[in-house]
Design a protein around this ligand. Structure first.
Ligand SMILES: Cc1ncc(COP(=O)(O)O)c(C=O)c1O
Length: 391
């Protein structure tokens, strides 16, 4: 058999490798704690489950949905945007459902990019910012996220020839994997860049609802001019513990939304109507649920930060996301420190370069495991590892 080359052009999916590794170690009898994957451990809010049960019992939900989405779904998203972000979106033309943020992040590239175009993607970043454009036959230009820049891409550093060929700019705040929150002025700079270079700006807002210490992450769409140049991809996965449900939306510029809808009429037949009605329950009856989840992650964040400081690491608590982005100690690179944590504490963390070359020198720790497992992991790290702190 012969297969398309495009699958060979992207690295194997990061979490598939981590999962294989955990399986092997568990088969050897080790009690491995994985802090590698950002998959919330706690259940979906009961009001959402009940809404799905009710809706699934209604035969009119059983037919092909429309890629436009139900009016109830679009209306609930529009109301959510007003209440949460003070942003007005037109529920008729400026939003459609997507089958999880990942689907949209990857597929939006097929709607925006031709072979020879360039996608600008944060590095480190969520892997589909690379695979989507590669599948579209486009080239990817990495935008390094570095501590010195508060993990914001330096848009002025993009070479003019690259900017001229760029037709898609991805960015993501609060950020996976760095945990950074958007710096003042960055969204405005993204709008200006997109205008100047006629580039579609796509903000991935998968983590706006998981935030701590009173911080409330903004929507990109609240930035003046944002809906002229781009759109935002939102997901219910993290805030509402709904990773398995595959529910999100793309909202913003009506032309981007319509192009994306046209693409999707060729790829899938929309989101199960009962799921859309469950999403309405998440956005109405369970609207404040993500705040409760944020409190859970805040507690876990503080616990793990304490453990990391105990062993001499300079660990800074993030203001958002269920992730800690930790500089590895002197004398280590990401891979060797990942191995050390695995060997000495039987804890899996993600090496930074799995998110892109600029992740070297870091590991990502995910807080999405039950409290007692996180305490156990923190305890093992604090008692078994000793490292020299970086200057
Ligand atoms: C940055 C980022 N964007 C999007 C997603 C997609 O989430 P989902 O496809 O579950 O909506 C994730 C999931 O980990 C993510 O980290």
């Amino acid at each position: 058999m012969r297969f398309a080359h495009r699958l060979d052009q992207v690295p194997p999916y990061l979490f598939a490798e981590i999962e294989r590794r955990i399986e092997r170690m568990r088969a050897d009898g080790l009690d491995v704690i994985s802090l590698g994957i950002g998959d919330p451990d706690l259940p979906t809010p009961p009001a959402v489950v009940a809404a799905l049960q009710r809706a699934a019992g209604r035969p009119e939900t059983h037919r092909y949905p429309s890629n436009h989405g139900l009016a109830d779904f679009r209306g609930a998203v529009a109301e959510f945007y007003v209440g949460r972000f003070e942003v007005d979106i037109d529920p008729v033309s400026e939003v459609i459902p997507v089958l999880g943020g990942k689907e949209a992040v990857a597929h939006v590239a097929l709607a925006c990019l031709d072979p020879g175009d360039i996608a600008l993607a944060p590095d480190p970043g969520y892997p589909p910012y690379t695979s989507g454009p590669v599948f579209a036959g486009a080239d990817v230009h990495y935008l390094p996220l570095q501590k010195d820049n508060a993990f914001m891409p330096d848009l002025d550093a993009i070479p003019p020839g690259t900017a001229a060929r760029a037709n898609l700019l991805y960015f993501n705040y609060p950020n996976n994997p760095t945990g950074a929150v958007v710096a003042d002025g960055f969204f405005e700079r993204a709008v200006a860049f997109a205008r100047k270079h006629d580039t579609v700006a796509i903000h991935d807002s998968a983590y706006t609802e998981i935030a701590f210490d009173g911080y409330r992450p903004p929507s990109f769409l609240a930035t003046p001019g944002a809906t002229e140049v781009g759109a935002e991809i939102f997901s219910l996965s993290k805030g509402w513990n709904m990773t398995g449900w595959r529910i999100g939306w793309i909202a913003g510029n009506a032309e981007v939304v319509e192009r994306y809808r046209r693409l999707k009429t060729n790829l899938d037949s929309g989101m199960f109507d009962a799921l859309q009605l469950a999403a309405v329950a998440a956005l109405t009856e369970a609207r404040d649920f993500p705040r409760e989840m944020s409190e859970v992650y805040r507690r876990r964040r503080d616990l793990m930060i304490d453990a990391l400081r105990t062993i001499g690491l300079d660990a800074q608590p993030p203001l958002a996301t269920p992730y800690l982005w930790i500089r590895v100690p002197e004398g280590h690179d990401s891979a060797s420190f990942t191995e050390l944590v695995l060997e000495q504490a039987a804890v899996i963390v993600s090496p930074g370069p799995s998110f892109g070359p600029s992740g070297e020198g870091y590991v990502r720790i995910s807080l999405t495991v039950p409290d007692e497992r996180l305490e156990e992991a923190a305890g093992r790290i604090a008692s078994s590892l000793r490292v020299e702190s970086r200057a």
